[in-house]
Design a protein around this ligand. Structure first.
Ligand code: ATP
Length: 470
């Protein structure tokens, strides 16, 4: 979402009833699972880490890739009124003047003269004073907070070998502006006319004053943004359409509806150009917080870029002879925040036969691995048979072979990475060409013919799915 804007504290509703409570899952458990199972690691760890920057390991890459694939599916495959774009991270510096980011993309920052740390004034309730025992900034007897001053969140860099003001450039703080500056290009080649959208996924950078809560707020993150251009009088109805569509997307991918909230911005929170913005909030471990913003941005962006660039950014409707600047509806989501929400929603620890079982009940479409192929034991030709089945099936469905350790341990490992199905190759497989198919959530086991597996898994992957946690 573009600047200038007014940031607000993380919204934690009044604790009047259950819907206001934070997730019962502790963030530390998610962080530990992600490290243990190779989803997400603190970046530069061997050098002591670099604040709030994370590296995605094998399963994290697959999970995030699936989140993005599902977004593309909803934006492109399932509709024909949206086209894709991949714009540059470093753009002309005037882009950020026109958008208002140079002048106003800032947060109020306070310094503590005692512990020398810096905090976001509007998020002091989430900060930690540098002294022990740690309290909220300003709470300790020695805390001495300065008055707030505005801190611009854009990362500055320089293009070319000369370090002067003419070479100043910025890492983009959002992907949206790359879309607006390509409006004319897309209009010319795509033969679309409003209402139509341009969608983009890519990295964005914000020099956040306070980071934290794992991958919820980091300085380098990925966004999934779509700008939907429509005739001005249709903007309210398209805004409603995208509110419904984006809520549906999260629910169909298994997020429990109770853990989602649609919160309309108050008048004093709205950016001056936005007539309506709603956030989809998720019940994160620290409370309900923004997952995605859906704004009616009016004609602000196209008008600003037209003014600053001298290009006409409008649509001429040949049928009616009408010329107008389209209005824009923007659903803006974070890949990392969405990934975190899917992980938190999927995580549970339950008792099975007196032992704790940790499971990630991810929607099968999001699960990094769909099927694990496991020989019951490594003898009597079971491993060779299992390998052959694996080589065949991995062409059709994301599969993993695991031949080491007890079958119980291997199941547990697959449960923790969220694999919805395991097949076990046992002594009978050689006689009846069947395997045991185990379901991650119900723990049900059924005997299935090897030849039937691809079609059966394809059906189950496409079937509607709801969280086993109700
Ligand atoms: P917040 O108030 O939480 O800082 P925002 O309103 O500034 O968010 P937008 O500018 O609307 O966020 O960005 C769209 C989406 O990009 C957010 O809903 C979020 O999912 C993601 N996002 C924004 N900033 C970050 C960040 N620092 N780290 C991770 N994801 C982010």
């Amino acid at each position: 979402m573009a600047a200038p804007r007014h940031r607000r504290p993380v919204n934690v509703p009044e604790p009047m009833d259950d819907t206001a409570l934070p997730s019962p899952v502790a963030m530390d458990e998610i962080v530990a699972l992600c490290k243990r199972r190779g989803f997400i690691f603190p970046s530069s760890e061997i050098y002591g880490g670099v604040g709030s920057t994370y590296d995605y390991g094998h399963y994290g890459v697959l999970l995030r890739g699936n989140v993005k694939a599902e977004w593309w599916r909803a934006m492109l495959t399932e509709r024909d009124d949206i086209v894709a774009l991949d714009s540059a991270i470093i753009q002309h510096p005037k882009v950020w003047e026109a958008s208002g980011h140079v002048g106003g993309f800032s947060d109020p920052m306070v310094d503590c003269k005692t512990c020398k740390l810096r905090f976001r004034e509007d998020k002091l309730d989430l900060g930690n004073c540098g002294r022990k025992p740690s309290k909220l900034p300003g709470e300790g007897p020695d805390c001495e907070l300065t008055a707030a001053r505005q801190f611009n969140l854009m990362f500055k860099t320089q293009v070319g070998p000369l370090e002067d003001s003419a070479s100043t450039a910025y890492l983009r703080p959002e992907t949206a502006q790359g879309i607006f500056i390509n409006f004319k290009n897309v209009l010319q080649f795509s033969r679309k006319k409003p209402p139509f959208g341009i969608a983009q996924i890519g990295k964005s950078f914000r020099n956040e004053i306070t980071t934290g809560n794992f991958i919820f707020r980091t300085r380098e993150f990925e966004q999934m943004e779509m700008e939907f251009f429509c005739p001005p009088d249709e903007a309210p109805q398209w805004h409603q359409h995208w509110l419904d569509e984006r809520m549906r997307w999260f629910v169909e991918l298994g997020i429990r509806a109770d853990n989602l909230l649609l919160r309309a911005h108050e008048a004093d929170e709205l950016s001056h150009y936005s007539s309506a913005t709603s956030d989809i909030e998720y019940r994160f471990p620290m409370g309900f917080s923004e997952l995605e913003g859906i704004a009616n941005r009016g004609d602000f962006d196209l008008t600003q870029h037209a003014k600053h660039s001298g290009e006409k950014l409008e649509y001429f409707d040949q049928a009616s002879g009408e010329r107008y600047v389209p209005h824009v509806i923007e659903p803006a989501a974070g890949v990392d925040r969405a990934t975190l929400a899917f992980l938190v929603d999927a995580y549970r620890v339950e008792q099975v036969e007196g032992r704790a079982r940790t499971v990630l009940s991810l929607h099968p479409k999001l699960a990094p691995v769909k099927l694990a192929v496991l020989p019951l034991v490594n003898r009597d030709g079971m491993a060779e048979r299992a390998r052959r089945i694996y080589e065949e099936i991995k062409r059709r469905v994301g599969a993993e072979y695991d031949g080491g350790g007890s079958i119980g341990k291997r199941y547990r490992r697959q449960d923790e990475i969220g694999t919805p199905w395991c097949i076990t190759i046992d002594g009978e497989t050689a006689d009846d060409d069947s395997v045991t198919l185990r379901d991650r959530d119900s723990l049900a086991q059924e005997r299935v013919k090897i030849a039937d597996l691809p079609a059966l898994l394809a059906d189950r992957l496409e079937a509607a799915w709801t969280s086993p946690q109700g």
